[in-house]
Ligand binder design. Structure first.
Ligand code: GLV
Ligand code: MG
Length: 345
């Protein structure tokens, strides 16, 4: 994989200019585990989590009380400085942060504190409530200035949360707004509120959002089965298309009902099958679910490798187990093989 040099990243980006398609110097990540750096119970667990999860994310935004914003920021600096193997692109676990939103009084202090202190450890900055490319340009410029001042040679990447109706309308431009763009996450709670949807859950389905099967023999009074639909299908599919267009990673976001591990796994799997590479984890038990669901299964990898081998030079068609495989199905199989290879690095 060819990497852009830091010089390319630091070159000024003309506002509004589309970022070039490029390979991103970032790994896919199955679980992005959120912790509150101002919460001592959570912080105590961090050292032993390194190596067990792809990403540890120090959350500074929602779920951190206003009175704790400073403690969370300072706590994250301490954790990054004191925890071996965390962040810096080479360790087993990446270090991300979610900064406060751009319309909050805290975000400037978040960036001006974190980049000089732990910019060498910080892999990705997650930006909430992104409305359009101008928000990404703003963070990109700030990062470039702070990185240059701190003498950093490795660019900090940007991940945007898709959680406003306006952000949805501008999703393509957001993905292409900077060569730093690493990926997008769905933010179902804020997005539901902004769209005036009627679910009060954080992600997942709703028992009222269903289809009912047609009456058998016209008997509308008879028993008819109902099936719950996925509230997030359209949004995830749109996000996946925008990310694929710009060569960055799409992620399902949070699943708030920690006790409902079955529904969490279903939601994660739907997102994986639609093209997402990972999801957020709000509790250690969601890490195991995400690691499993967002890794291609051994059977799928075996089958994919058989197709790749059977397709020889990659052109034409072959029959395998009674099924037709051709150039296009080879590409489908390569998606699984390449993901498996990336995850095993
Ligand atoms: C996440 O931030 C959400 O709003 O769902
Ligand atoms: Mg949110």
């Amino acid at each position: 994989m060819s990497h852009k040099s830091p010089k390319d990243f630091f070159a000024p980006l003309a506002v509004g200019a589309p970022a070039p398609l490029r390979e991103i110097p970032a790994r896919p990540s199955r679980a992005i585990h959120f912790f509150d750096p101002s919460n001592p119970k959570m912080v105590d667990k961090i050292p032993q989590m390194v190596g067990t999860v792809d990403v540890l994310l120090g959350n500074l935004e929602d779920a951190v009380k206003a009175d704790n914003k400073l403690a969370a920021r300072e706590g994250l600096v301490r954790i990054a400085q004191e925890t071996a193997g965390l962040g810096g692109h080479s360790g087993p676990t990446q270090l991300w942060t979610r900064i406060n939103s751009l319309d909050s009084p805290w975000v400037l202090d978040d960036l001006t504190t974190l980049v000089p202190a732990i910019g060498d450890k910080l892999d990705v900055v997650m930006v909430p409530k992104v409305q359009g490319p101008a928000d990404i340009h703003y963070v990109d410029r700030l990062l470039a200035q702070l990185e240059a001042k701190a003498g950093l040679t490795r660019p900090i990447l940007i991940h945007a949360i898709l959680e406003t109706a306006r952000g949805m309308a501008n999703v393509e431009e957001i993905c292409g707004a900077s060569p730093r763009m690493q990926g997008l996450s769905l933010g179902p709670a804020d997005l539901a509120a902004d769209r005036k949807m009627k679910t009060t859950r954080v992600g997942g389905g709703h028992p009222g959002y269903l289809v009912r099967e047609d009456p058998v023999g016209g008997d509308i009074a008879g028993e008819r089965r109902t099936f719950q639909q996925d509230l997030w299908h359209y949004t995830i599919a749109k996000m996946v298309d925008a990310c694929a267009t710009h060569g960055i990673y799409p992620y399902y976001g949070p699943f708030g009902d920690i006790a409902d591990v079955v529904a969490c796994e279903d939601q994660f799997r739907n997102a994986f099958l639609l093209g997402c590479v990972g999801a957020w984890s709000l509790h250690p038990k969601q890490i195991e679910i995400a690691n499993r669901v967002f890794s291609p299964s051994a059977d799928d990898i075996r089958h994919a490798r058989r197709v790749v081998a059977a397709m020889g030079d990659g052109t034409g068609a072959v029959m395998l187990d009674g099924k037709m495989e051709d150039d296009a199905s080879l590409k489908q199989c390569l998606v699984l093989v390449e993901l498996a290879d990336e995850l095993s690095r």
